[in-house]
Design a protein around this ligand. Structure first.
Ligand code: MLT
Ligand code: MN
Ligand code: ZN
Length: 310
């Protein structure tokens, strides 16, 4: 399988329109070591012209423009995107759906019931799209023993795995997470047996996801924050990383081993890639000490346009 990183940033992108943090100023100024990023999304292909879009970022149109592979040009109106899977109902993962409204057939959308509920109520993208292309919904189970296949990508099997993270701020479930508000995916190529675990929003490495992470050949996980209190110390928010459903790379104060870098050690030398990087995260400076610390652990930082073959 081939995975294309369409966007590698967290909500807001990099630089964020109204942000003058050190990183955002540096990338705007074209400083060496910084590259701009759009909001997180990946596309999966079986090697054919067909793709599954995982999350629909508000930057979707520019992502499609800079990824010619997504336009196979088989018909006067065409796209390589066969279907869309959503990890959650967050704005940075869903609002790109509105940009696909010109679809000639109902959009094939895969979400859990919890995400569907948010997208039909608090953020009513689905009712809105019914006036355009319409949506053909396939509910995703939260039982990861049920794999599913999305035609025509018949050699890619996907499992949806419930995660601890957060429902969006607009959701009635923001402070009372339900199973299915957030999922990760196990993506398997049935021809090669290779597996990628994908979880751009991951607050905790809970027992239920461990077997999948151990089994995977590639881990693509939450890279939002470097520290638990990054938004607070930089003066942008009162929220800790945990309040937003993200596990930071470094250990939480007084909890040795709790951070993503230390947690990933148990998975040996499989490929480890961070995605959904917030613009405040110092790892965005490719020449800085935080990035060097990741390099030393062989943890990669994804970038827009990155390709992963598995
Ligand atoms: C998050 O994952 O917490 C989001 O990136 C927040 C947002 O989209 O504003
Ligand atoms: Mn996000
Ligand atoms: Zn910033």
């Amino acid at each position: 399988m081939k995975i294309k990183v369409l966007g590698s940033a967290a909500g807001g992108g990099f630089p964020q329109w109204n942000c003058n943090c050190t990183n955002c100023q540096s990338v705007r100024a074209g400083k060496p070591g910084y590259r701009a990023r759009t909001q997180s999304s990946i596309a999966i292909s079986d090697g054919s012209e067909n793709w599954i879009l995982v999350n629909a970022s508000p930057d979707l149109l520019s992502q499609i423009k800079s990824t010619p592979d997504l336009q196979p040009n088989r018909n006067p109106r065409d796209s390589g995107i066969a279907a869309v899977i959503l990890m959650d109902a967050q704005i940075d993962h869903t609002t790109g759906l509105l940009m696909m409204r010109e679809s000639k057939t109902p959009m094939r959308l895969y979400t859990t019931a919890a995400v569907w509920e948010d997208l039909t109520t608090g953020l009513p993208l689905v009712p809105t799209l019914s006036f355009y292309c319409g949506v053909q919904w396939t509910p995703l189970t939260t039982d990861p023993s049920d794999g599913f296949v999305i035609s025509p990508l018949d050699s890619i099997r996907i499992k949806s795995i419930p995660l601890v993270s957060k429902a969006p701020p607009y959701s009635p479930n923001r402070y009372t997470q339900r199973v299915g508000d957030n999922i990760g995916l196990m993506i398997e190529d049935l021809r090669t047996g290779k597996k990628v675990f994908y979880a751009p929003g991951l607050g905790e490495l809970t027992d239920n996801i461990m077997p999948f992470m151990h089994e995977a050949d590639v881990l693509m996980v939450d890279g939002t924050f470097w520290t638990e209190d990054e938004m607070i110390t930089q003066g942008f928010s009162k929220k800790q990383a945990a309040d937003m459903g993200h596990l930071p790379q470094t250990d939480k104060p007084n909890v040795p081993g709790s951070g993503m870098i230390n947690q990933l050690k148990q998975f040996g030398n499989k490929r480890k890639v961070l995605i959904h990087i917030n613009n405040t995260n110092p790892i965005l400076n490719e020449l800085g000490p935080e990035r060097a610390a990741l390099n030393a652990e062989q943890i990669e930082v994804s970038y827009d346009g990155m390709e992963i073959l598995a």
